[in-house]
Design a protein around this ligand. Structure first.
Ligand code: NOJ
Length: 399
């Protein structure tokens, strides 16, 4: 296939993503905070102050806007907004509303995620997603986010990586806590059903707030590739881990694609990448083409009309030149998908900042470095390069 155009269409979203717990710091009422301080959870380091973005979000947005990005995806924190059941903090709602307005004031279109892995401790204590009334409680929280999202927010993501939530629940039932490697443990079916119900309730709540909002959810795409002869095994392996969540997006306004690497599947299950394969700081195989496969697979499952947004894509590396190389390969794959008529409407890199990678600060996904002591932000060359494409909307052909 020849790539005829490396241009991104008009109106294409061009941004970077973050999540509250990973950057804000001191998310004291969340289940993750408690887990980070529970020795039994064996989490290597706690989030503590993170990037202090709770206080420094204006600086983060200034930088993204100056770099050339036009979109910023961030999440609002349920544990702050509803610290005890049914009590909603006006101050926290006002805080997130200021962020929405602050983004718009900097010509950054805000994309708001309502749930990004963390829940209030009280919600975890009552049994989490699979407890009675969980979907209704989530919808009530979403309704109470109306002052944040009712005006000036075009895209809302309900639940981030529901398939990873189901996988983590499956792993926890098997005695393993934390964020699993490349999505492989068996997902917990009850959790799958529960998060799908919560998503559907949240979509309804968002549409009740403002029907013009484009609402969807964001799926972790592991890019399962069948070894010869293992096509049927791969389809069977993938369905509960990915396709069931893509299918549940039917009727949404968009679907978020989140891809980083690939997973090869043989008749016995996942097959690790060869010993000599290049690996990133998360130990995932370096495979920039993943996002193209993820886009094509998602379009095949959900249908060609559904708008697809790459809501996360990136690499954990200490070598920023590898990050530029990764994004170059990834964006070639995105432009190739566009040329093939895949309905891609945006691309948001993961992540704006070096942040708390669910248990450790070592895997640095950021376009912008953050000094852990002073919180000083320093854009990396990759940030300057990727941001500049927001102005030209064109991937240089020499790339
Ligand atoms: C997906 C998650 O949404 C995000 O929280 C995480 O940091 C990245 N992938 C990288 O693992």
């Amino acid at each position: 296939m020849t790539i005829t155009s490396l241009r991104f269409p008009d109106g294409f979203l061009w941004g970077a993503s973050t999540a509250a717990h990973q950057i804000e710091g001191n998310n004291l009422n969340s289940d993750w905070w408690r887990k980070e301080h529970d020795p039994a959870a064996k989490i290597s380091e706690p989030s503590l102050d993170a990037c202090d973005s709770y206080h420094r979000w204006e600086q983060d947005m200034d930088l993204l806007s100056e770099l050339g990005f036009t979109d910023y995806r961030f999440s609002v924190e349920w544990a702050r907004i509803e610290p005890v059941p049914g009590i909603f903090s006006r101050a926290e709602i006002a805080h997130y509303r200021r962020m929405v307005e602050g983004a718009s004031a900097r010509n950054l279109r805000p994309m708001v995620t309502l749930h990004h892995f963390t829940v209030p401790q009280w919600f975890a204590d009552m049994g989490g997603w699979t407890s009675a009334g969980a979907a209704e409680l989530f919808a009530r929280y979403v309704e109470n986010c109306a002052p944040i999202i009712a005006d000036g927010v075009r895209h809302v993501c309900t639940i981030n990586e529901p398939n990873m939530i189901a996988v983590m629940a499956g792993a926890a039932k098997a005695g393993n806590q934390g964020f699993p490697p490349a999505g492989l443990p068996t997902p917990d079916e009850e959790t799958t059903r529960a998060v799908i119900a919560a998503h559907h309730a949240a979509v309804k709540a968002v549409r009740g707030i403002n029907p013009a909002i484009q609402v969807g959810w964001t799926i972790a795409n592991q890019v399962y590739q069948a070894l010869p002869g293992a096509e049927a095994d791969t389809a069977a392996y993938r369905h509960p881990r990915e396709d069931v969540f893509i299918e549940a997006a039917q009727g949404d306004d968009f679907i978020g694609i989140q891809s980083y690497t690939r997973t090869k599947i043989g008749s016995e299950g996942p097959v690790p990448a060869p010993e000599d394969a290049e690996r990133t700081l998360t130990q995932w195989e370096y495979y920039p083409a993943a996002v193209g496969d993820a886009l094509r697979h998602t379009a095949n499952i959900i249908g060609r009309d559904m708008p697809l947004i790459v809501t996360e894509n990136g690499i954990a590396t200490a070598d920023d030149s590898r990050r530029i190389d990764y994004y170059t390969g990834a964006l070639k794959a995105v432009t190739a998908a566009l040329a093939d008529g895949i309905n891609v409407v945006g691309y948001l890199a993961w992540s704006a900042l070096d942040n708390y990678e669910w248990g450790s600060y070592t895997p640095t996904f950021g376009l912008i470095a953050v000094d852990p002591l002073t919180f000083e932000r320093t854009p990396k060359p990759s940030a300057v390069w990727l941001g500049s494409l927001g102005r030209t909307r064109e991937l240089p052909r020499t790339a």
